[in-house]
Design a protein around this ligand. Structure first.
Ligand code: UD1
Length: 425
């Protein structure tokens, strides 16, 4: 049954929130469990529909999983892989499911996967993933919407990525774990989630050095072994709660967050006059009543630049700041899906190619809106927290893909969000 959020006007959000494990770290780690051929224990796993979709896919491939949701512990056994082929129905739900291609290729020498679905944010090709597999010696074939890669044995190679793609770095890194000799991956992504994946694989016996820098070296090993790994905190979820504090002129303490990982976001919040303090128990984010929120320009970039996954949430914030802000999206095309909906809420935003020009207004207006994707959905929830009237947000299954119980956790901080079933007429 479809659901929607009804969000009433809220005052300042205050209190403490625990940040969950990172969606974008757990999905590649789950794909990587295919390489181990053993039982992996993954801790600090967020209870998200994307995690469920990835587990469904792994089970389809032959794995066995059990998820203790309240304890955040997922046990996955990939001893018995029964197929190298994923169905459109499973992969269409989740773009990150394409990440099983590298591990399947490495483990069983073959993978057949439909071209991926996922968030509607630009064309999102996978050419860099495939070029990497080909460089390791795989044959790549496209037909009927499926990609098939085949290689009885992979051999280490030097691979230069045209763009530091997160998914391509992860997929090629996983494919190279058993490749004969040394693989050197240059101009690769340096996101914290890449480091988390390398840490998991190394703990299971892989030989990967340099994750977190633009050159990763992988020396092929013969096999991996069972391991336990704890997922890093979600820097995007943390950033979203930080904006919730800022947009309601509130005061929130975020616990279980890595201060280094959210630096690009905290730097921008400081620039717009939000106070940020690193305390022993977490990061405190609060509005300074002596200073108004001011505009800022933002350009999204690969890490450690400003994250594209925080662009929509910051747009809501800038829509309520004093002055003109320019937000430029350089990572994805078509990632301004939230703009039309924010305009329905009274925001003054104009799009000029890859930039959005935002004239801040003191308060947004409640309206009926629809979430088109995960982060656009989060931006609408944030905008609603600032609005002067009731906001209704449809399409919230997109939000549940990447935020566990966002409504309940915001309500614990003082928000008034109701989750209601949508009547089908
Ligand atoms: C990951 C994140 C996503 C985030 C993005 C950028 C996961 C599960 N998802 O997505 O939340 O927004 O990083 O930080 O971790 N590209 C190509 N060819 C390729 C691959 C990518 O041209 O083969 C392009 C994409 O179209 C896009 C850019 O590279 O314009 C960045 O994409 P990429 O870093 O690969 O993002 P994802 O791994 O899909």
């Amino acid at each position: 049954m479809a659901e929607k959020f009804i969000i009433e006007p809220t005052g300042r959000l205050m209190g403490r929130v625990e940040i969950a494990g990172a969606k974008n770290a757990v999905l590649p780690v789950l794909a990587a469990t295919l390489l181990t051929g053993a039982r992996s224990v993954i801790q600090n796993v967020p209870d998200l529909s994307d995690v469920e979709s990835m587990c469904c896919l792994l089970e389809f491939l032959g794995a066995k999983s059990s998820f203790n949701k309240s304890g955040g512990e997922l046990i996955i056994d990939t001893d018995n892989i029964t197929t190298y082929e994923a169905t459109y129905e499973l992969v269409g739900r989740l773009r990150a499911s394409f990440l099983v291609m590298g591990p399947l290729l490495a483990r069983v020498g073959r993978a057949k996967i439909p071209l991926p679905g996922g968030c509607a944010i630009g064309s999102r090709p996978v050419d860099l993933h495939l070029k990497g597999f080909a460089a390791l010696g795989a044959e790549v074939d496209h037909s009927h919407g499926y990609v098939t890669v085949t290689a009885p044995k992979l051999t280490g190679a030097k691979i230069y990525l045209d763009f530091p793609s997160v998914g391509a770095t992860e997929n090629i890194m996983m494919a190279a774990v058993f490749a004969k000799g040394k693989t050197i991956l240059e101009n690769c992504a340096v996101e914290p989630e890449i480091v988390d994946l390398a840490n998991f694989l190394n703990a299971a016996g892989a030989n990967i050095r340099g994750a977190g820098t633009d050159t990763i070296k992988i020396v092929g090993v013969n096999d991996l072994h069972p391991t336990t790994h704890s997922i890093i905190p979600d820097r995007i979820e943390a950033g979203t709660f930080m904006v919730a504090a800022a947009i309601t002129r509130g005061d929130i303490l975020l616990c279980n967050v890595m201060a280094d990982h959210v630096k690009p976001v905290t730097a921008k919040l400081k620039e717009v006059n939000i106070l940020i303090e690193e305390l022993e128990g977490g990061i405190r984010v609060r509005h300074d009543p002596s200073q108004g929120l001011i505009s800022a320009d933002i350009k999204t970039l690969p890490y450690p630049g400003f994250p594209t996954d925080m662009q929509a949430q910051f747009m809501s914030l800038m829509a309520t700041a004093q002055g003109t802000s320019i937000i430029t999206e350089t990572v994805f095309e078509n990632r301004f899906m939230q703009v039309g909906e924010l305009k329905r809420m009274g925001a003054d935003i104009k799009i000029d190619s890859r930039s959005a020009v935002i004239e801040g207004i003191p308060r947004l207006a409640g309206a009926q809106v629809t979430a088109s994707d995960l982060r656009a959905g989060a931006s609408l929830v944030l905008a609603a927290l600032n609005a002067d009237d009731v906001t209704e947000i449809n399409g919230i299954h997109h939000i549940d893909r990447g935020y566990f119980n966002l409504d309940t956790r915001l309500n614990n901080l003082g928000a008034k969000i109701k989750r209601v079933e949508v009547e089908v007429k």
